[in-house]
Design a protein around this ligand. Structure first.
Ligand code: MG
Length: 114
């Protein structure tokens, strides 16, 4: 019997594909610093904020079946996948581990407001 495909397997496979594409498209020529890479992740979050500030949620022009907010959040994840694969970070496994940790935390993690 074959072992089931897990979230971590899918994350790692997609992250490898994203990273290979980034190399192929020239995004590592020259390589970015770690700080620059994380700033670019943050920039995608800022773009998501701009997308939700408008009175009517705009659609993406690049992937028209989706909202711009969805596209920008996808960009965040794509950048995280690229960075984590490049650095050999186990972000997919960390997502799973952190979620399981959160399952056991108290309501609002002990009374935090936000
Ligand atoms: Mg973007």
């Amino acid at each position: 019997m074959e072992e089931p495909v897990t979230f971590i397997d899918l994350w790692d496979e997609q992250a490898e594909w994203v990273n290979t594409l980034a190399h192929d498209k020239g995004w590592y020529d020259p390589p970015k610093t770690d700080g620059e890479s994380i700033l670019l992740m943050h920039n995608e979050l800022s773009e998501a904020v701009e997308a939700i500030r408008l009175p009517e949620p705009p659609r993406s022009t690049k992937i028209p079946d989706f909202l711009l907010e969805e596209e920008e959040l996808a960009d965040v994840v794509i950048r995280i996948m690229d960075y984590s694969h490049e650095k050999g970070l186990r972000v997919g496994a960390a997502i799973k581990a952190k979620h399981l940790y959160n399952v056991g935390r108290p309501h609002r993690h002990g009374g935090k407001r936000l």
